[in-house]
Design a protein around this ligand. Sequence first.
Ligand SMILES: Cc1cc2nc3c(=O)[nH]c(=O)nc-3n(C[C@H](O)[C@H](O)[C@H](O)COP(=O)(O)OP(=O)(O)OC[C@H]3O[C@@H](n4cnc5c(N)ncnc54)[C@H](O)[C@@H]3O)c2cc1C
Length: 496
Amino acid sequence: MIATKMFLSWISLLCLCISLQNILCKLTVDATSSLGNPTVVIVGSGIGGTSCAYYLKKILPDANVVILETDSRIGGRIYDVKIDGEVFGIGGYAWAGYHGYIKELVDEMGLDRTDRDFDGEPNFVSPFTFTAWNGTHLIDTREIVKAHEESMEILENGTVDFYVRMEDNYALRGYETFSEMEKFLSYGALGQWPTLESRQYYTNGSVNLELQDLAMAPLQEFINSQGLESHVFSMYTSLSAFMGTGRVVGGNLKLVDALVEAASAEVFLNSTVTTVERLSNGFNVVYQRENEQREMYADYVVIAAPLEATEINFQNFDPPVSKPARDWYAAYSYIVTAEGYNMEYFTEDPDRNVSGFIIGIPGKASGLASITSISMGDLIYYKVTTTRNFTVDIEDMFINPSVRAEHHWDFGHPVLEPHTAGGATYQDVVLSPGLYNIGVMNDVMSQMEGSVIAARNAALLIGKESLNASCSICLIPTIQAKLIIIFTSMWKFILT
Ligand SMILES: Cc1cc2nc3c(=O)[nH]c(=O)nc-3n(C[C@H](O)[C@H](O)[C@H](O)COP(=O)(O)OP(=O)(O)OC[C@H]3O[C@@H](n4cnc5c(N)ncnc54)[C@H](O)[C@@H]3O)c2cc1C
């Protein structure tokens, strides 16, 4: 009898150890762990792909991370150019105060940023200090703001509420992962806003129509390349974009470079992924490089680009991987030097009210999103952002213009239509077991931070899964629960 009890006590202690190990494994998934050395192939080297590589390295230090990039440079929609010794950001440029992870990444990489940490209650800083160009004349938005104080108060309260909810979202998510967008939006109760059209929402909330058309619509055009038909979530990201805005000193590309280095990820440029094929135990990733088709094995694949932009053929998936029916605005960016604005084009002096910043209105016929001007020495540098090719227009807009740099993306910003119940649904975060989708976050926010949130989530999901695989018995919750029950009942028996 004593021998049986001793044997059972050993068995029960073993059960307890396995259960505790499981609990400890789970608790340390956010910190570094040496469990698992999977091969992860990331498609795309934008801020999404590179931050995912970095987070993966933190969670699974022995993981083998490879980034495949179709372009001849890294960064995707982040792009800096150096002209006359000055760095101009002509893609993803600035973050907002509540964009917590990108700021954390910048600090972890030891880079300097232009903003200061935001502390205390969020303050609404009116973003309406620009000149709006409606195609025939210029409007000083500060005058509009003065004329509509009550509406401004409504906007202020709504924007601060959004900001606080975003902060709640960060706090509530913590190290939790989400497999679908609805779960992400449930943190901080953000779910209603991507389902409503901005125009309808603000009109119902008694925001004056003139303020909407002459100030809010141009702002939304500037930030997200669209107007008031977009959803409220995107309008709020535009309204709060100026609250604590910041960027990396020397350009955001520095962050992308630093992330790749910190992740010690292998990056293959000029490498276009054409096929992802599911195998019985992982994936075969087919890519085109130097006119040659190549293949690579992966335990996990992360699509760090708008899925529909990748043109990847997914083979052997059951159910099949479907691409979203989502439209996009193209983005064109130019740096122009000139002697000034051409008054014949603008009919009035664009600098008469608010110098340096003109934003076009929605009305896609125009296509002008914004012009920012900076005087340096004898020259004026203009950063022009548009949704169509503006080379010909630039000739008319400025006196003696010279285009010093230009870049174009077919997939600039997604059309942020409301996701109505029963209508358009979100892309999947987990496209299939082991296949993750960072581009999904574009459905709600077309901002660098959105890609970082999704990248961090994908890395945590892979970390958990990899941990499960390398600790298969102890990490299955039902088995863990059973082990604890066995432990307790055995000790009840031993003690009787
Ligand atoms: C003009 C402009 C201004 C912007 N300004 C701001 C701003 O001020 N603040 C802000 O927060 N956001 C801004 N954004 C949005 C922001 O830049 C993006 O949301 C963010 O950079 C997207 O990062 P990503 O890594 O998810 O995707 P991307 O940067 O698009 O990266 C995807 C990468 O995948 C690659 N790729 C695609 N298909 C394949 C394939 N088959 N094989 C291999 N590689 C592939 C692409 O070449 C690309 O490099 C701006 C965007 C534009 C266009």
